[in-house]
Structure formats: structure tokens, C-alpha cells
Design a protein around this ligand. Structure first.
Ligand SMILES: Cc1cc2nc3c(=O)[nH]c(=O)nc-3n(C[C@H](O)[C@H](O)[C@H](O)COP(=O)(O)OP(=O)(O)OC[C@H]3O[C@@H](n4cnc5c(N)ncnc54)[C@H](O)[C@@H]3O)c2cc1C
Length: 448
């Protein structure tokens, strides 16, 4: 089956020249799967090699004793029409669609999201300082914006930045805002108009200014059900962890001893992992790849025999230093089929990186303790599942070194014809739809 991309005469010439092109794709996450599917649609053979015994990568959902947990909160809020319908078809139209309800937890207060527009009910001194500072910040020219810290101070004011944004940044991004660039921010952090701040300080607000206002989620199977969108992809080799990439001989070696040759190579592996495996990669490139930073994540997943009494929120942001997690969500709210009948579930996230080590050894028990302290768990709760999951690659860190190091790695790989895709292959802040799009782009790039 061929799409219109190489229609007519051009297509015939091209396909006779390269229909035997053997493409190897590293990683069967959404981007690798999307690349393979697109190549297959265009009539080319592609083999995917995946380290895990399952496909889907970060989009996979895990079932523990009847409770379904995603790898961190995953919902679909794509505006890309093609991807929206691809995902809807993947679950045969069986998805739930709802408005996002979000809360912040700050100094024992539950605050609607975004906090900068919902200061109502907080101590009057903090409200006053936030309002005065945002008026000062937005009313005067504050000079160039070089870091995320500058960006916050100029858009949100000093008081709000220090009390909220910087505290959250340390926990979630694991570094100081002054060590981060701003090329990732986009619409992810809302800069309110002064009227919105004042209005939200005087009365309980109901506007949602989060970048996710409405989302879809599969009715069954967790977010991972969307991976079915790629169920027609042939030639997926699971349990194949690549250990050596030889770009001269054009071959790959795996931990199981297998060796395969390729003509085209697409990789969705995290860039430092890929470069570490490339035979004779120049030291300059190896060092640049090692300097790319990301956060790692420890998830605590809890199932309880209770259906009510949870906060009225799909996911929550935690600002205080003495609460170990920075974010939490309630999987049973995303779909009631994520839990057995009569049960509810909670998932919280603790991030760490080279900048900030894990705050303690026993994250599981400390998280459960903190869930009790803030009322996510209550005294007589019957906890039926409590387990921990480590996610080594969570968010790409947009620290001040990222751009220069990424440039070195990308230009080396591009010169050798390696096409990289996905969140960690492009080392970008990609949502699932961006990763799928990136895989499609990679398929076209390898043919070009
Ligand atoms: C905490 C968190 C929350 C998120 N929330 C959302 C959300 O709400 N909505 C949304 O749209 N997106 C969300 N995302 C983003 C989404 O998960 C990613 O964009 C997408 O799943 C990434 O797909 P990928 O193919 O680029 O990478 P991956 O899923 O990482 O795929 C890479 C694959 O390579 C494999 N691999 C690694 N090393 C090797 C090796 N040596 N040999 C062979 N295979 C290897 C891995 O096992 C993996 O399967 C979230 C991500 C995280 C971490």
C-alpha cells in the first residue's frame, strides 16, 4: 500500500531503486512504532528492535492486581486532527472525554489551578505581595530574559515566583529556575493579565487557564490502549536490547548475541544511550551526549478499597518541600475501569537528576506517609496495592547547557545518516502526539 507521497512515475522509479532498503528502528515507543507504520504504508520493510518485552515505551500501562497505572499521568489533549482520529479508532471510539480539573497544594491550602489566578483564600500578606509584585513586574521594562527565572519574575512577579514557581521548579525540574532556558515554556505556564490576578484574589475563580482544558482517555486499558493504533505494524522484535551500533559496517548487536545489518537507521533511544553504544564515536560527541540532562522519576502507585473522599481533581501539583512528591493523580478518575469495583487509586511522582538526588531511600513509604499527612489517604484506608516504579528517562531538562550539547550530538548523527525521533531521540519536550508526528517525519527523512 502506498500513500500519495511518491505517487505516479516518481514513485515507481523510487520504489524500484530502494524498495529493498532495509531500515532498522531502535525502540518501539510511539515514535518508533509510528515510523515503522509510515514506512510500511509506503511499501518499505522496517524492523523495530525493542529492549522491553512489550511495546509502547512510556505510553505503556501496567496492571498490578487489577489496578491499571500509566507511567506518570497520561491523557490525550492533541489538537492534531489526524492523530486524534488515529487514537480514537485505536480504541474503537471507546474513550472518555472530560474537562480537566486541577488543584495545587501549597502550605496546607488547596488552591485551584493555575494558582496565579486563584489566590482567593490564601493568607492576605501573600496575596498582597503577589499582586503588588505582578503589577510592578508587568508595568516596567525589566531587561532581557536569559533564563526561566527571568521569565517568571517578569511575567509573574517576584513574590509569586519565589513562593510558588521556584519551589515547584526545584521539586519537578530538580534544578533552579536560573539554570533553565525558556525555549520549552510556550503555553505551559500561564502568564495572567493583572485583572485576572486581582479577580482571582477577590473571589473563587472558575476559569481554567491550564494548557490542558479538555482531554480524552481510553475507557479501558489505561493510556496504553492507544498503542493499539500501531497493532498492524509487522516485524517488531521485543526483548532485543541493542548494545552496539556500528555505523561503518552498518550493523547492530544485541544482548542476545544477534547481529543485524541495516541500510537506514532510525533511533528513538535517548541520545546519551545511543551515543554510548556507537562504536568509535568521537570523544567530543560522547562528552556532549553525557552532558545532556534529564529528570528521572520514581512513581508510587497505591490502590485503596474506597471510592469517595478523594480531592475533586484529576491531577495535583505539590509545592512544599516537606512533601516528597511534586505531582499526583487519581487514575480511577481518568477511567473507572482503571480500578476493581469499590476501589480508588492514587499515583504520585518524585523526580531526581544529577542536580538533585532522590530526597530519601525509601520513597514508597515516605510517599505513603505524605499521602496520609495531606489527606490523600485517610486513617482507616485499606491499601490493597502499593508499589513503586522507576522511570530513568522522564523529562528532558532544558538546562542552560542543553542547546550547545544537543547541537554537537545532532550534527554528528545527521552527518552519518542516523535519523533520530521521539521525545528522547530529539531530546525535546514532546507529548505523545509530538512523538507520533516525529516518527512519521523520521520515516520520510530516511527515505529522503
Ligand atoms: C511522566 C510523564 C507524563 C507524561 N504525560 C503525558 C500526557 O499526559 N500526554 C501526552 O500526550 N504525553 C505525555 N507524556 C509524553 C509521552 O509519554 C511521550 O511523548 C511518548 O510516550 C514518548 O514516546 P517515544 O517513542 O518518543 O519514546 P519512548 O516511549 O521512550 O520509546 C523509546 C523506546 O526505546 C526503547 N529502548 C531504550 N533503550 C533501548 C535499547 N538499548 N535497545 C532497544 N530499545 C531500547 C525503550 O524501551 C522504549 O520503548 C508523558 C511523559 C512522561 C515521562
Amino acid at each position: 500500500m502506498h500513500s500519495g507521497l511518491y505517487a505516479g512515475k516518481t514513485h515507481k522509479v523510487l520504489s524500484s531503486m530502494i524498495s529493498d532498503l532495509s531500515v532498522a528502528i531502535l525502540g518501539a515507543g510511539l515514535s518508533g512504532l509510528a515510523a515503522a507504520q509510515r514506512l510500511q504504508e509506503l511499501g518499505y520493510q522496517a524492523d523495530i528492535y525493542e529492549r522491553n518485552s512489550y511495546v509502547g515505551g512510556h505510553a505503556h500501562s501496567h496492571v498490578v492486581d487489577g489496578f491499571t497505572f500509566d507511567e506518570g499521568p497520561h491523557v490525550s489533549f492533541t489538537e492534531k486532527v489526524e492523530i486524534k482520529s488515529l487514537l480514537a479508532e485505536a480504541v474503537k471510539g471507546q474513550y472518555l472525554e472530560k474537562n480537566a480539573v486541577l488543584l495545587n497544594h501549597w502550605n496546607e491550602y488547596w488552591v485551584r489551578h493555575p494558582a496565579q489566578c486563584n489566590l482567593y483564600g490564601l493568607p492576605s500578606d501573600i496575596v498582597e505581595r503577589c499582586i503588588i509584585d505582578i503589577i510592578k513586574a508587568q508595568g516596567t521594562d525589566q531587561g532581557p530574559i536569559n533564563t526561566y527565572s527571568d521569565w517568571c519574575r517578569q511575567g509573574l512577579g517576584d513574590a509569586f515566583s519565589e513562593e510558588f514557581t521556584f519551589r515547584y521548579t526545584r521539586k519537578y525540574w530538580t534544578t533552579e529556575a536560573s539554570n533553565m532556558s525558556v525555549d520549552w515554556v510556550g503555553s505551559r505556564v500561564y502568564v495572567p493579565r493583572i485583572e485576572e490576578v486581582v479577580r482571582g484574589a477577590l473571589r473563587a475563580n472558575t476559569d481554567n487557564h491550564h494548557y490542558i482544558t479538555r482531554f480524552r482517555y481510553p475507557a479501558r486499558g489505561g493510556f496504553g490502549a492507544y498503542v493499539q493504533a500501531f497493532s498492524n505494524v509487522d516485524s517488531i522484535h521485543v526483548d532485543h536490547e541493542v548494545v552496539l551500533v556500528d555505523l561503518k559496517r552498518r550493523c547492530l548487536e544485541f544482548t542476545n548475541g544477534k547481529i543485524v545489518f541495516f541500510e537506514g537507521l532510525i533511533s528513538s533511544l535517548p541520545l546519551p544511550e545511543l551515543v554510548r553504544r556507537i562504536k568509535d564515536a568521537p570523544m567530543k560527541v560522547v562528552e556532549a551526549a553525557e552532558r545532556l540532562s534529564c529528570t528521572s522519576l520514581v512513581l508510587t502507585n497505591v490502590g485503596v478499597r474506597r471510592t469517595d473522599g478523594f480531592p475533586d481533581s484529576d491531577w495535583m501539583y505539590f509545592y512544599d518541600d516537606d512533601i516528597i512528591f511534586s505531582r499526583g493523580n487519581l487514575p480511577h478518575r481518568l477511567s473507572p475501569n482503571n480500578v476493581p469495583p469499590g476501589c480508588g487509586s492514587i499515583q504520585v511522582e518524585v523526580y531526581h537528576s544529577k542536580y538533585r538526588p532522590l530526597p530519601c531511600d525509601d520513597v514508597l513509604n515516605r510517599s505513603i506517609e505524605d499521602m496520609h499527612r495531606i489527606g490523600l489517604l485517610v486513617k482507616d484506608d485499606q491499601v490493597v496495592v502499593a508499589h513503586q516504579r522507576h522511570v530513568p528517562y522522564a523529562n528532558v531538562l532544558f538546562d542552560l547547557q542543553r542547546s550547545a550539547n544537543l547541537g554537537i550530538v545532532q550534527s554528528y548523527l545527521a552527518d552519518r545518516g542516523v535519523v533520530c525521533c521521539g521525545r528522547y531521540g530529539e531530546w525535546a519536550y514532546y507529548w505523545s502526539d509530538d512523538s507520533i508526528q516525529s516518527g512519521w517525519n523520521a520515516a520520510q527523512a530516511i527515505l529522503a
